[in-house]
Design a protein around this ligand. Sequence first.
Ligand code: GLP
Length: 240
Amino acid sequence: MNFRQVDARADVANVVFRRIEHLLATKKTPVFALPAGSTPLPLYERLVDATLHSKLPLGRARFFALDEWWSESVPATATFRRFLLEYLLIPAGIPEDRLASLPTTGDAGATATAYEEAISRAGGIDLAILGIGGNGHVAFNEPGTPLDSLTGLRELTEKTRRANAYLFTGESTVPTHGITVGIGTIMAAQTIVVMALGQGKASIVKQLRDSPVTKDLPASALKRHPAVEVIVDRLAGELL
Ligand code: GLP
């Protein structure tokens, strides 16, 4: 697992942007797995700008959302699908059907199988773009998730629900479960980048570097992948 520290948030975005640009230059229809959350926002801004002003052919790509809330009562505005549409596809002028995502309710088992099949049919993920939770979760794979897990339901920790309360009307309304690609699904990607921004991620970034592979720190599983890079800004890397 390679750690790369750059200066600012925009520099982290730029490193990942270059990889996306390269994949678009070398593949007709590259497949990206995308996170929601605050971490990818500078990247999405950069991608929108380059699509609108520098003819980046991002509309040729296919996108799979990494995860979604699982609850009967998620407001449509709080879904990760909505987030990715709002911050990336719509402003970039990319048709919504280029984004595959997970539903918030239904038959979880059938949904999970169908998602894995859709990723396979698309030719697999070329680049999985990840954030990292304060407890080391990736997508919604919380500590304790088996390292070979595929897409499925996960119970969310209090810490994760608290961190996401800003998307809802308070912590009590944050869903207790999420549906997510598994660690095994992410490990099957050709390449993986983990982005971390800000001082709040400094401790987990250091733990990740120092940790053996363990299901107590889900992101540590990625150490077994041959092409994974963790890209951090100055603050997220200050304990390295
Ligand atoms: C959330 C999401 C993850 C995200 C992580 C970090 O719970 N399910 O996909 O990467 O936590 O979020 P943020 O980027 O807002 O710190």
